[in-house]
Design a protein around this ligand. Sequence first.
Ligand code: HEC
Ligand code: HEC
Length: 305
Amino acid sequence: VKTVLLLLFSLLLFAHEPITPIPQTIAFDQHKAALGKKLFEDTSLSSDGTVACVTCHQYDHGGAQASRFSPGVQGQLGGMNTPTVFNAIFNFRQFWNGRAKNLHEQADGPIHNPIEMDMNKKSIEKVLKASPYYQKHFKQIYQRAPSYNDMKDAIVEFEKALITPNSLFDQYLRNEKPLPPQAMQGYQLFKTFGCVTCHNGVNVGGNSYQKFGLINAFSAQQQSDDRYKVTNKPQDKHVYKVPSLRNIALTSPYFHDGSAATLRDAIKQMSYHNIGVQVDPNEVELLVAFLKTLTGEQPTFLDQE
Ligand code: HEC
Ligand code: HEC
């Protein structure tokens, strides 16, 4: 409820801008989040003991993966690029195609996925119960033996701690700092080109489904999990949740299939496919200058231990 109130409050305050600042803090349980961090980083929660959430969601890569596809158990590769977990709490749905309605539901995905962590409720609970550390901490926090559901709850509390406030752009929105001229021009372009019609709100995305290739079709090299996979409606082919552009300068490569290696490449492709504009090199640089101002303070909770 607190999060919702904070969001509503900032919507009112910044009603004249299509993008709103990330709140400085949101409510979460410190103890659960600390336990959640351990779980997030624990490779023993995968069938071959090599993969943890953090294997694919790297703290020093903006919460995403540096490679195009992420290696799961037995080194197997999935077919989707790993999005960031930072600020994921602000997304209206989870996954590229929105198939999970919240973070709690999302966590079932990687745990059960045979090429990610390849576990299930039973095998997870076996690992948790065999660990004196987890026995002790689950007991302290949840007053009962470790369970699959409480594990997800702790991970979600940790994910709430992974927000990145106080980017230069947010400081600009709060009238605390001016934007450098290049970034300001880039922001103007972002609005006049219409990027902002899809990338807006607190996450500069993450709040609607849109087609990749709205104006000029994007020829996907392989099958992927688009909205169509969820709804079976033909109009949902090549439709994805609009990704957040928060910390976008840190999270290369880009797009659901990781096909754009650099931010410049992603901007050129997006302009061509989704607004039908061939941007010139100068415009690309201005947009990059703007997008770089969306890099926030990296989650302070990560420095606590
Ligand atoms: C093997 C790599 C891998 C592992 C391990 C992994 N993830 Fe992911 N994660 C991904 C990929 C790839 C996606 C996107 C899949 C899709 O959308 O179809 C994703 C999506 C997500 C999302 C949705 C973000 C968004 O914007 O929609 C969240 C949140 C997330 N993962 C959290 C976790 C948590 C929590 C764990 C551990 C329980 C975990 N991940 C383990 C690769 C991984
Ligand atoms: C019609 C809606 C729409 C418009 C307009 C739009 N985008 Fe996007 N954008 C998307 C969608 C959907 C994706 C995800 C595409 C995919 O990976 O399948 C995306 C992805 C991106 C990405 C990659 C994000 C990531 O994490 O991989 C960047 C960068 C981006 N857009 C920038 C822009 C810029 C700059 C503009 C304006 C020139 C723009 N977008 C206009 C919908 C839009």
